[in-house]
Design a protein around this ligand. Structure first.
Ligand SMILES: Cc1cc2nc3c(=O)[nH]c(=O)nc-3n(C[C@H](O)[C@H](O)[C@H](O)COP(=O)(O)OP(=O)(O)OC[C@H]3O[C@@H](n4cnc5c(N)ncnc54)[C@H](O)[C@@H]3O)c2cc1C
Length: 479
């Protein structure tokens, strides 16, 4: 038997590495096991988020957005940039450098906080035992009073479109294209599909998004989703709703995709196809036989509200358990579990987890939509404010979009904030904080916002809840 720890975390994504650092900060002897092999052949930390998720996608989104701005928006501001071109390989090299810096940084944080990094594949072999097998097949068993499984998730594949090297790819493959495909297909109009579709659309691909559902972004408030769809269409994304992919055929360098929609059977040819139909928990093999940790029918590790599994002392967090598959949700669960293990009272508010789509403009939301609330029988009042009426948005050349506040009609308590607009991902924190503190729409309306800022749209939307918006005509009757 090798070393004994207070806590062993399996997986060093944003769930696992945060849990490990927090546990070590709480004075617990902590190890974190990771098996991800990076581009240079060594084990790297950071999981999906840092290696093939949040960070590389945002590096490409930012570069491609700047490219579009330089092409189309600079002129209006008096900046003459001449012919603007994009060097895709250079853009990719920058993305890889950012990933390398960040993943390397976690190794530094482990060292600084006294977390022992164990390299290899971790497996829970008992309620207090983890076996780690390195890449050469050498196994060692470690003891721990507490185990945190943070094994993450992997992309879902679908039978009609099996991945085909360089042609039919998942989100990871779409972050590696070395040139802009002429005709790009994206299956799935979810967060990842819209972000990756936007990157390549901005760089010149003709992008068609095939979405099986009839509704666009059903998790976002209806008014915001409708405006987003309109804006993305204007940018050139051809989003086909109610389009069910039934098959594909690779013909030389092309892929022919078959789908059915309201009009019947259709066919469309692409130079590359990205499959973005969701992610599934990556729990295969991480729990040894007979340990007793229960998985649900979809492979998620079954946990309670505080991420305890069915076996005392074994916790699970992040994408491998229920709830939204988001990096910050994983990290907050990591902090909660570390605090619980250290003997503190800790809990998470699952009603106030923000989501962001990093298109341009960004789409961000927290809490209920107006439709959710109505379906739950809650009477609501809402206020919305368009960025077209914002001075800062005009100065920023970003007048598209709106902010919408959803409040309980009786108590005025904020139930949701949904935004489409430049920097919506930054502004949404206001909704999170308001909801965490149980604020009313009036609380936001009576707060003093800096001028001129994009955030003033949230202020005005809160004022509009009672028909008191200042910088637009209120349609609502004031009480
Ligand atoms: C293209 C893309 C863009 C995204 N953008 C965003 C975004 O903008 N914002 C956001 O919040 N989320 C985003 N996500 C989702 C986000 O990446 C995940 O929600 C997040 O990474 C989940 O964190 P995690 O720690 O649970 O799992 P992961 O990040 O998947 O990490 C799990 C780690 O566990 C390791 N592991 C698994 N099994 C074992 C084992 N047996 N032994 C040792 N190690 C093991 C894996 O190698 C991995 O490193 C994006 C995802 C993708 C694919």
């Amino acid at each position: 038997m090798a070393d004994k720890f207070d806590v062993i975390v399996i997986g060093a994504g944003p769930g696992g590495y945060v849990a490990a650092i927090r546990a070590a900060q709480m004075g617990l002897k902590t190890a974190c096991v990771e098996k991800w092999i990076g581009k240079e052949g060594n084990v790297v930390h950071g999981g999906t988020c840092l290696n093939v998720g949040c960070i590389p996608s945002k590096a490409l989104l930012e570069a491609s957005h700047k490219f579009v701005e330089a092409q189309h928006d600079f002129d209006d501001m008096g900046i003459e940039a001449g012919d603007v071109t994009m060097d895709v390989k250079k853009m990719m090299a920058r993305k890889d450098k950012i990933v390398k810096n960040l993943t390397g940084g976690i190794a530094g944080l482990f060292k600084a906080n006294g977390v022992t990094a164990l390299e290899g594949t971790g497996k829970v072999t008992g309620s207090k035992q983890v076996e780690v097998t390195d890449k050469d097949g050498n196994a060692a068993t470690y003891e721990a009073d507490n185990i945190v499984v943070a094994a993450g998730s992997v992309p879902v594949e679908i039978p009609p479109t099996p991945l085909t090297e360089g042609l039919i790819v998942d989100s990871t493959g779409a972050l590696e294209f070395q040139q802009t495909p002429k005709r790009l297909g994206v299956i799935g109009a979810g967060v990842i599909g819209l972000e990756l579709g936007s990157v390549w659309n901005r760089l010149g691909s003709e992008v068609t998004v095939l979405e099986a559902m009839d509704d666009f972004l059903p998790m976002v408030d209806g008014a915001i989703a409708k405006e987003t769809q309109k804006l993305l269409k204007k940018q050139g994304l051809d989003i086909k709703l109610g389009a069910r992919v039934t098959g594909s055929e690779v013909k030389g360098d092309e892929v022919v995709v078959k789908y059915s929609d309201a009009k019947g059977e259709q066919e469309i040819t692409f130079d590359k196809l990205i499959v973005c139909v969701g992610r599934k928990p990556y729990t295969k093999g991480v729990i040894g036989e007979g340990v007793g940790v229960e998985l649900d029918e979809r492979g998620f590790i079954h946990v309670d509200d505080q991420c305890r599994t069915s076996v005392p002392g074994v916790y699970a967090i992040g994408d491998c358990v229920r709830g939204p598959m988001l990096a910050h949700k994983a990290s907050e669960e990591g902090v909660m579990v570390a605090d619980i293990i250290a003997g503190h009272k800790a809990e998470m508010n699952y009603d106030a987890i923000p989501s962001v789509i990093y298109t341009f403009p960004e789409v961000a939301w927290v809490g209920m939509t107006e439709q959710d609330a109505k379906a739950a029988g809650i009477e609501v009042k809402t206020g919305a404010f368009p960025f077209a009426a914002s001075g800062r948005a005009m100065a920023n050349n970003a007048t598209e979009g709106q902010a919408k506040v959803i409040a309980d009609a009786e108590t005025d308590r904020i139930l949701g904030l949904h935004i489409v607009g430049q920097h919506a991902g930054e502004m949404i924190a206001q909704g999170v904080i308001a909801m965490e503190f149980g604020s009313s729409a009036e609380d936001l309306a009576l707060s003093c916002y800096a001028h001129p800022t994009m955030s003033e749209a949230v202020h005005e939307a809160a004022l509009a809840v009672e028909g008191h918006a200042i910088h637009m005509a209120n349609r609502k009757k004031r009480k």
